[in-house]
Design a binder for this molecule. Structure first.
Ligand SMILES: C[S@@+](CC[C@H](N)C(=O)[O-])C[C@H]1O[C@@H](n2cnc3c(N)ncnc32)[C@H](O)[C@@H]1O
Length: 224
């Protein structure tokens, strides 16, 4: 961690940081100070793309979550320097955040850019985008919310396409199905740049949360 990142964490965490402790249910309107739609980004890395997207769309709030402390400091610094009031930085596991701290239908979107690919077969179960994860995410996303994934690992892209297409809570935003053309609003991420240098092919996926209710085996947090 650089001195700048450490300084940002110390100065800015009390105002813009969120400890993902699973101990309370969040009021996102209170947290952001407005009722604008909230998009969850899981695994923002160093946060450059997050900051760019926040600056380009100030009427959308971004709850950006990662476990990587230098990246949290970096994103806080970028948000501070660029005066981005629509970013909050979470430290911890996004699954706990979704399951324990977010209410049903509270999210207007979900972004997962270049999640850890876990290329070895015995590690595939660690991949984030799986049917169980989608069951949980579907409960926290409001109708019409967009799930946007991107990866440079083609077997994982195929898995994402397969599980998202099969899930009753989502429909492909591409009328003809398949991968989406890279949307202009998604900046190049750090991890993506590394993948492209290795000659990897990048795939984007855009899926929409459909209207009907999905039951999840975990009880949604009620705040009670
Ligand atoms: C391969 S990096 C990609 C970072 C960034 N999106 C990019 O494209 O440069 C994946 C990130 O996801 C984070 N991550 C993985 N699982 C997570 C989880 N359950 N909750 C929060 N962050 C997670 C990792 O710490 C890592 O920073």
């Amino acid at each position: 961690m650089t001195a700048g990142q450490a300084d940002a964490l110390q100065r800015l965490w009390p105002t813009w940081g969120l400890d993902i402790d699973g101990q309370r249910v969040l009021d996102l309107t209170e947290m952001f100070g407005n009722g604008n739609p909230v998009v969850l980004e899981i695994g923002f890395g160093m946060g450059e793309a997050t900051a760019q997207m926040a600056g380009a769309d100030p009427d959308t709030n971004i709850l950006a979550v990662d476990v990587h402390t230098p990246g949290q400091g970096n994103l806080l610094n970028l948000a501070d320097q660029q005066g981005l009031s629509n970013v909050r930085v979470g430290n911890g596991d996004a699954i706990i955040l979704l399951r324990e701290m977010l209410t049903p239908g509270s999210l207007a979107g979900l972004r997962v850019y270049f999640p850890d690919p876990w290329p070895k077969k015995r590690h595939h179960k660690r991949r984030l985008i799986q049917p169980e994860f989608l069951d949980l995410a579907a409960t926290r996303l409001g109708p019409g919310a967009i799930v946007h994934c991107a990866t440079d690992w083609e077997p994982y892209a195929e898995q994402m396409l397969e599980v998202l297409t099969a899930h009753p809570g989502f429909e492909n935003a591409q009328p003809e199905g398949g991968f989406a053309p890279r949307p202009e609003f998604r900046p190049l991420t750090r991890f993506e740049g590394q993948g492209l240098e290795k000659g990897h092919v990048v795939n984007d996926l855009l899926f929409r949360r459909v209207e009907h209710v999905i039951a999840h085996k975990d009880q949604p947090p009620t705040g009670a």
